[in-house]
Design a protein around this ligand. Structure first.
Ligand SMILES: CC(C)(COP(=O)(O)OP(=O)(O)OC[C@H]1O[C@@H](n2cnc3c(N)ncnc32)[C@H](O)[C@@H]1OP(=O)(O)O)[C@@H](O)C(=O)NCCC(=O)NCCS
Length: 158
């Protein structure tokens, strides 16, 4: 079941993100990986502009997706499923939900270049690699140069 999360759910979202993000260890550049991967105050600040949805199973939120309309596009931010719930279709269902909500022409997601499974996941869900990724990352994201250089953008036309 998909539910809309609110600022009071920040701890739940924090737990899902940081447990799932351990997959990045030794995959993304070392200087960009920290444990926890995301700090709670960073998440709380981002939640002012991102709406999170969660997949709930037996009363527990086991997957999350962030949805952020910005200018003429919508960004997917922070899609994470708890490790023991991965590869069961939860990520796909969360992404389908985001596609249904999107009112802009494009839905975009930024990913670490080296996280090949995440790129596979989005490609399987119909996204394609955007050729103008630096331009997109500079325009719609607020991330350091190092992250722009080590990331790709995937997009789908809605
Ligand atoms: C990436 C992630 C969000 C996908 O969620 P999920 O619920 O596991 O995904 P689904 O079960 O809907 O998978 C759909 C398809 O994506 C691809 N995929 C998903 N996880 C994959 C993996 N670890 N390796 C290779 N392909 C993968 C597969 O093609 C899969 O279909 P299949 O299981 O029939 O082969 C989740 O695995 C996750 O949180 N991973 C760790 C953190 C992360 O990388 N997050 C950012 C990515 S957006």
């Amino acid at each position: 079941m998909i539910i809309e999360l609110s600022p009071i759910d920040v701890d739940v979202i924090y737990t899902v993100i940081n447990q799932a993000a351990t997959a990045y260890k030794r995959v993304i550049p070392d200087d960009r990986y920290n444990e926890p991967y995301m700090l709670i105050h960073e998440l709380a600040a981002e939640m002012k502009s991102i709406t999170f949805y969660g997949w709930k199973e037996k009363g527990q939120v086991v997957g999350v997706i962030g949805f952020q309309p910005i200018e003429d596009v919508t960004l997917i931010r922070h899609t994470y499923v708890l490790p023991s719930y991965q590869r069961k279709g939860i990520g796909t269902r969360l992404l389908d939900h985001a596609k249904r909500l999107t009112k802009t022409k494009y839905l975009l997601v930024g990913k670490w270049k080296s996280a090949s499974w995440a790129i596979d996941f989005y490609q399987k869900c119909g996204f394609g690699l955007m050729p103008n990724k630096d331009e997109l990352l500079e325009r719609y994201w607020d991330i350091p140069r190092r992250q722009i250089d080590t990331s790709v953008v995937l997009g789908i036309s809605i």
